[in-house]
Ligand binder design. Sequence first.
Ligand SMILES: [Zn+2]
Length: 311
Amino acid sequence: MELAKNIAVAPGIQVIVRDWLNANHVLIRGNAESVVIDTGYGAHAQQTLALICAEDALGSRRLDRVVNTHCHSDHMGGNAALARAFGCPVSLPEYAARLVDAWDTRELLLDYADQQAERFSYADTIAANDRLRLGDLEWQALAAPGHDMTALMFYQPEHRVLVSGDALWERGFGLIEPVDRLEERLAAQRATLERIDELEIAAVIPGHGAPFRAADKALAEAFRRLAAYEADPLKLARHCLKSFFMFALLARRSMKRRELPGYFERVLCYREYNAQFFRRPAGELAEMVTGELLRSGAVIEHDGTLAPASS
Ligand SMILES: [Zn+2]
């Protein structure tokens, strides 16, 4: 079991910090209700359930509502299991709900990137600029397009806490896909960062990594990365493929090196990126992606098998 840390951020707001495969769970506990924002990856849903039910989290309370910042597999993967366990409703960003209605596995980055999620139903939707009550606190939903064009962030003005999802991490933000509408996505991400810059922030709870207080520093780093991606879409494409592969390797735990050419041929994201950016045999693309990950130390190789260095 990975080490998950449970951190109190403000009265009634805590975060269970997970890893790269599972987004963090933001737990909002009030007298009236308990809510969780984002539910991790589907294959780890039982562990998510155990962490959320633990004594230092929900304890003997029940979960009353699940909310998502966006519907990538590492954020909504536990929705079905939590809704089943607690009989609680799920609330989605309104534009993400359309993808879930259609179960658009391309836009949801599911089989497109060799990721899985159990299908779930939702009760209602949240729109940008909605004010909503979660726990005992008033929150504002803010549009956060860029990494995911349908994403929302949640801001709590009294404690000045921002739940940023993948729109802002302490070092960077979620990948921006370059295969279509790249300029639109980059401009949207820039607008999202500028929107964050206007907020008074005491703490950011990101989708991945520990909560942090220095929003200014994180924003400066995010703007720097965004400018680098704008200047070099090929670099962005390489970064995306490394992220997709790393995610799949974390989910699968290991992959045989000799199976990689077939894998890179079969999984759609590699085919699509290859056709647009790299134009080389699948085996060479696999060598490029895994070679960079091996050199950076993120992946290790033993007896012809690749594995994440951290597991
Ligand atoms: Zn995401």
